[in-house]
Write a protein that binds this ligand. Sequence first.
Ligand SMILES: [Zn+2]
Ligand SMILES: [Zn+2]
Length: 257
Amino acid sequence: MQAELVVIGCRAGSPGACGPASGYVVRLDDATLLVDCGPGVVAGLAQLGLLDRLDAVIVTHRHADHCADLVGLAYHRRFPHRAPPLPLYGPPSLAQVVKQVDQAFGIPTLEELRTPIATALPFTALEPNTTQEVLGHRVDTFVMRHPVETFALRFHDASLTYTADGAFTPELVAFARDSRVLLAEATYLSAVGRDLMGHGHMTAETVGQLARESGAGQLVVTHFADCAERDAIAHGAARSFCGPVQAAAPGLSVALE
Ligand SMILES: [Zn+2]
Ligand SMILES: [Zn+2]
């Protein structure tokens, strides 16, 4: 099994000087998956030579920093040249976003862009808290504590768990159990002034706790509210977790099994 994780973007909220918002490429043998498609991700994929090498897209939830570039990706695949449909997967609630974005940004006078996402990225809903197949590979979903329907993902063949967005919970520890690579959000350096459980995010400390309690082989922290805190968040996580810790950055590549 040849498998690799490539970070396209690691910013929470919006793109910035440190690159795009959320986006990752997961390569599983000959299948190349884009996981999340936040603003800036299409340009980030192009810069890394990956934009036209995707076989499927999985979006974890309908917050803009995880899906706003779906319309850019759909336009790219329809104009000026037509690429084959690229399957899109995500929580059932993503269907409404596809419909509304197509209503807002479809171009009725151009047949190829009338319903860009529905045509270029045909959607299949994943079920919550279950195991499904995506391009022949087993993917588990787990519903995170976050204000909208959000799925953490576990790629069995690569022993990779991605938390998407959400709070630390004992159930998340169980879902991530014994992952070789844990790609986990650590939106904030510290919990001071943050509503971690009400809104649902993790900090340097809680992401380290998640890695330790779940028995992760290595931890990659991501989804930074402030990119200037990236290294401090990785160091903070390493206080609670004795395995290797890396901070996500565009172009970072992590070998998976
Ligand atoms: Zn987010
Ligand atoms: Zn979110």
